[in-house]
Design a protein around this ligand. Structure first.
Ligand SMILES: [Zn+2]
Ligand SMILES: [Zn+2]
Length: 238
């Protein structure tokens, strides 16, 4: 059995609490029985390496990933099985991000931590904006690197497939779709169900410490990577 949550923001997201360090996140998740999680900061992954390290200390597997804002302003969760392809992908994201400075007084700070809860820096680049790459190109490029693409909170009225494109294209090659927690509950969804042919998941979209571990999904398999998890979910859906 694996309890997981693939959508958590750390202090590196301007809109998340500054105290949301990787170590605090994995420890609190562990207390709630979550053993697989992903930090999905907006166009950023600098807190993933310390999360992996802090997770190892308490027995929580951290899936390398981030939440991308596409050119169409769609939020997409991107995951890899290992850190190296994420680091490569981050370089692509950085090159496609407009050269704008963050304004902490308006948007909030983007805080980088180490695995021992020390603040090691502040990211000055404005992260929470669309990159110059479109959804299709992103999906292709991530797949070419062995990663997974899961459009986030697809039914939400902002930054979603439905709000930005008007529909969910059943012929797209997404690995799954994420429904926001509210839509998931309202529709009475369960793991194993499909929407437009895609397996559906939900995540907490945590932005503050008290939300860590409050919502999760559980799967009847021991999984340690995103591909392992998606394979198990596809099997359920079959
Ligand atoms: Zn989002
Ligand atoms: Zn999010």
């Amino acid at each position: 059995m694996t309890r997981f949550d693939l959508h958590l923001h750390s202090a590196l997201s301007a809109c998340a609490e500054n105290s949301l360090s990787p170590r605090r996140i994995v420890r609190r998740a562990r207390q709630a029985g979550v053993s697989l999680l992903a930090l999905t900061d907006h166009n950023a992954s600098g807190n993933v390496p310390p999360a992996i390290e802090a997770g190892r200390q308490v027995g929580v597997e951290v899936v390398p990933g981030l939440e991308l804002t596409t050119r169409e302003e769609v939020h997409v969760l991107v995951f890899f099985d290992a850190l190296e392809p994420l680091v490569d992908w981050q370089a692509v994201v950085d090159a496609a991000l407009p050269a704008l400075e963050n304004r902490p007084a308006v948007f909030g700070y983007q805080v980088l931590y180490d695995a021992a809860d020390e603040i090691i820096g502040v990211d000055d680049r404005l992260r929470q904006v669309g990159v110059s790459l479109g959804l299709e190109a992103i999906t292709e490029a991530v797949h070419a690197r062995g990663g997974a693409v899961i459009p986030a909170h697809v039914l939400r009225p902002r930054h979603s497939l439905v709000s930005q494109l008007g529909f969910i294209d059943p012929s797209a090659s997404y690995d799954a779709l994420e429904l926001g927690r509210r839509d998931w509950c309202r529709r009475g969804c369960r793991l194993g169900e499909r929407l437009e042919g895609f397996p559906v998941l939900t995540g907490s979209d945590t932005h503050c410490l008290e939300d860590v571990g409050a919502t999760w999904l559980e799967i009847d398999a021991a999984v340690h990577t995103i591909s392992g998890l998606l394979e198990a979910v596809r099997r359920m859906a079959a």
